[in-house]
Design a protein around this ligand. Sequence first.
Ligand SMILES: Cc1cc2nc3c(=O)[nH]c(=O)nc-3n(C[C@H](O)[C@H](O)[C@H](O)COP(=O)(O)OP(=O)(O)OC[C@H]3O[C@@H](n4cnc5c(N)ncnc54)[C@H](O)[C@@H]3O)c2cc1C
Length: 481
Amino acid sequence: MNEQYDIIIIGAGVTGSAIARELSCFDCKVLVLEKDEDLCCGTSKANSGIVHAGYDAKPGTFKARMNLRGNQMMPSLCEELDIPFKQIGSLVVCTDESQRSGITELFERGISNGVPDMKILEADEVRELEPNISDDVVCALYAPTAGIICPFRLNIALAECANQNGVEFRFDCPVTSIESSASGFIVHSYDSVFECSVVVNCAGCHADEIHNMVSGNKLHITPRRGDYILLDRSCEGFVNHVIFPQPTKLGKGILVTPTVHGNILAGPTAIDNDSRDEAPLTSEGIAKVLEGTAKNVKGLPVKQVITGFSGLRAHEDGGEFILEEVSDCPGFFDCVGIESPGLTACPAIGEYMARLIADKLSLSLKAFWNSECKDIVKPFELSDEERSALISSHPEYGKIICRCETITEGEIIDAVKRPLGARSLDGVKRRTRAGMGRCQGGFCSPRVMEIISRELGVPLDTVTKNGGSSKILTGRTKDES
Ligand SMILES: Cc1cc2nc3c(=O)[nH]c(=O)nc-3n(C[C@H](O)[C@H](O)[C@H](O)COP(=O)(O)OP(=O)(O)OC[C@H]3O[C@@H](n4cnc5c(N)ncnc54)[C@H](O)[C@@H]3O)c2cc1C
C-alpha cells in the first residue's frame, strides 16, 4: 500500500517551506520531499539575504506583487519565528550624471509597485549616510523598507513551524517520476511511492524538470551563478545600508551589504552555469566581485575576506515567477522561476499558493495552529544572570566549541536533537553559526563531528560535510590493533 497524503510539496527551500507552513493551518495531510539531506540546501542557502523594498520588478508582475507583500509580512513573521532581521534600508547608487534618469525610473516604478517612503538623495546626503561611498556618487535611491535577514534561519524556521503543526518532511528523497492517477498523483522516489491529490512543485533549479514530467507545455530554467566574498566581523560598520549599483537586464548587480551577524558581504556576479547543483567559486568570479564593488564603495578591506561562496538562480526563460495550477495537469501547482526576490517574496508566495490549494481541495482551518517557533537558545545573547542560570542547569552551555563565533556545546546539541535537526557539519553551521567565523571551522569541525556522532549514535566516520558522498574521514591513519 502506497503512503497517502493530501498534498506533496517537492523541495524544502524557502518556497516549499513557506507553503508548507501556510498549509499547516488547514486540516490536511502534507508531506515535503527533499532530494538533499537537510532543509536549505539549494538556492536558499547561498544568496544576499536582502529583503528587497520592491522597486525593481515591472509593475503588475508576480515578482513585483510578491516582493511588496513579502516585504510587508517580513517584520511580523520574523518576530513570530525568531528570525534575525534588520530593516536597515537600501541605496541604489548612481555614479554618472548621465545615468540619473535610471534612478528616477526606479523611483517611479517603486511608486507604481506601492513601495513606501522612498527618496532620491543627492551626493552629500549619501556621503553623510555612507562615508565609504565612491567619490563619484551623484545621487541615490533610498528605500528605508529594505532589510537584511538570516536566510538559513528563515528557511529552517518556516519548516520547523510547519513540522510542529503536523507537516512531515523526508530528506534524501528525490522525486524521480510522477504519474497521474484516478485520485490525483503517484509520486516515485527510488524505492518509495506516495499518493496524493495535489503536488506543489518548489524544486528550485530543477523545477522545470519536475514540471516537464507532467505537462506538455515545457518550461526551461537556466541556472545562473552568483559569486560572493564575505568579510570578517571586524569590518562591521564599513557600510550601514545595502548598497546597490543601478540594475541591468542581468539583475540587481554587485552589492555591498552588512549581514545580520555583522559581516560585510559583496557580490553576486551573474554567470550562466552548466550544473543545476554545483556552483564553483572561481578566481574570475572573485575578480568580478571586486571590480563591481570598487565602482560603488572605496577601500573595501579585502584583507579581511574570510571566505567566498556561490549560489544558483533558477532563471526561467520568461523571467517571471510562475505561480499557478498547471493548465494541462489539474491538481499540479507550479512555483517555478523563483529567482530574486524569492527570499523576500516567500511568505507572500506561501500565502498565495496555500489559498489556491485550499480552495482547490475545499480545506477547512484547524481548530488550533501555532504560528510561533523559537530559535536555539544563544547563551551569549542572554543577560549575565540568565546565562549563569542556564549554565548551572545545563553545563553544556558553558563549553565553547566554536571560538570564532562563541558557540557552545549546548547550542550544537540542540541543533542536532531538535525536530528536523542537523545531521551534517553544514547543517549545524546553518543552525548555529559554528564554523562560520574567521577560521571557517578549522578548529571546531572535529569537535562538532564528535557531537553529531555521539548525539545521533552514528560512527564518527559516517558524519559528512553536507550528506551524500561528502565524507570528511576517509580512513584510519594508524592501525589500532
Ligand atoms: C546569487 C543569488 C542572490 C540572491 N539574493 C536574494 C536576495 O538578496 N533577496 C531575495 O529576496 N532573493 C534573493 N535570491 C533569490 C532567492 O535566494 C531564491 O528565490 C530562493 O532562495 C528560492 O527558494 P526555493 O525554495 O524556490 O529554491 P531552493 O532553495 O533551491 O529549493 C529548492 C529545493 O528543491 C529541492 N529539489 C530539487 N529537485 C528535487 C527533486 N527532484 N526532488 C526533491 N527535491 C528536489 C532542492 O534540493 C532544493 O532544496 C538570490 C538568489 C541567488 C542565486
